[in-house]
Ligand binder design. Sequence first.
Ligand SMILES: [Zn+2]
Length: 274
Amino acid sequence: MPELPEVETIVRSLRPLLTGREIVDVKVTYDPIIGYPDKETFAAELPGRQIETVGRRGKYIVIYLVGNELLVTHLRMSGKLIYIENAAEIDKHTHVVISLDNGYQLRFVEIRKFGRMYLIPKTAPQKAGGFANLGPEPLEMSEEEFLQAMEKKKTRIKPLILKQEFIAGIGNIYADEALFLSKIHPERTADTLNLEDKKLLFKAIQQVLLQGIENRGTTRRDYVDSFGESGNNQNYLNVYGLEGEPCKNCGTPILRIQVGGRSSHYCPNCQSKG
Ligand SMILES: [Zn+2]
């Protein structure tokens, strides 16, 4: 699933291309992709609208339209938002085609059909799934804010940092990597972490996300940016997807266990149970 670094990579590449462009036509071929409003309204409202800029909130791509509305996209498992010439062949898993005034299109492509697009008023973020309930941005919050958020938390640390209402944008890859860097076992509960652990975890979260952005995202199965290009960060991972491989610190084989229903990769020697 695209996480903060993958979505940020897409947003940074789309921003200069989409800013100032006008939407001229919209076609929706698989209705459930449109989460709000209904397909007809979505397709009727967008043409004639100008794009002000492109941003990101958590794992959501936010296209700001001139006026009072946002075009919000969540890629979910394997969605792609592709920027491509009108004339280019249309992939059979294309569900939404947004034509621009420069001969290019923005296409929403996804085999699994879990992704969603929403056209919402800025004042009604609750219309876009979990968009309204996102926690702070990990790259914009201070250490102090993170420590405050961690106070009195007693749940296991891995599910906690995956929780989008707690902190936005982290998924399974970057959670496992951050816990490895901070030497914290994924099953530990938040109340067993001392001040030093929490500070290390916050630093590690920022570090793995920034590295992910620098490497233009992690491509494990199918993530690509808006030009169809894979990321490079899979070459820099320490634990995620590396079950059985020797730990880069100590040589102990990396283990994979289920924590809160999600597979978690960690080094049983480096990551302390506290
Ligand atoms: Zn190790």
